[in-house]
Design a protein around this ligand. Sequence first.
Ligand code: PEP
Ligand code: MN
Length: 283
Amino acid sequence: MTDWMNYRTVARRGKAAYEGNLDARLVRVGAVEFGGPTPVVIAGPCAVESRAQTLAIARAVKAAGADCLRGGAYKPRTSPYAFQGLGEEGLRILADAREDTGLPVVTEVMDPRLVPLVAKYADVLQIGSRSMQNFPLLVEVGRVRKPVLLKRGMCANLEEWLCAAEYIALGGNEDVILCERGVRSTWSQEYARNTLDLNVIVPMRQRTILPIIADPSHSTGDSEMVPWAARAAVAAGAQGLIIEVIDEDTRTEDVLCDGFQSIRPSVLRRIVEEVKGAAVHSA
Ligand code: PEP
Ligand code: MN
């Protein structure tokens, strides 16, 4: 049994307007609304690798109908020898991509000391799976007045995830968007990077008023599985998607981070049309 008092600020229980339904409290990012009737699509590269790469992908995902741009300037990498991100230069590139496309920017912050810097550039602060229980970081983003995308820890249960959201909300920042990104299971790495836990979406919506989206990229780790997982997540109640994308003419093996799971803009366009139930009209 989970105790809703442990996450009382974000709980559905005790909030008259939300009891007896599965409505979310809307989280607004400019003109984009998370938790409304239309799924929101965040798309972009895993990592900001260069200005040219990021601008090209930003334009392509905008044309494909995405609502927000993603891209990491600070990357949580298993090996300290792997590409760690461009840091502040990456944040500047993301801000330029926003200027160019009008898309709000979602980017990860890992270090509590860097929250003010990342918040200066980002429209949404992403807390990665590995940081879900970094409590000082949660407290720090709770002080910021910008929405937070809180990814589920890869082994986190429902109450741990909701309590992490509560840490942020308790600081006065109730604009938290949850993201299911796959959990570790017996089959992780055998045929999928993680196991996309579709089951968790409705129970989360029952327990919290926060909107919840899904990440079909990190949960599958396979670009061919992404469109299927994306459709399945929305069918299972996800109110949006965050998807990794590479340019049409970039070779997968040339990408510094997660190329194998990144889809092309043409595939993104089909997903957007399917989940939003409308054709994408672009210039
Ligand atoms: C990401 O979205 O860039 C990422 C690193 O994902 P996760 O924290 O879910 O592994
Ligand atoms: Mn990635």
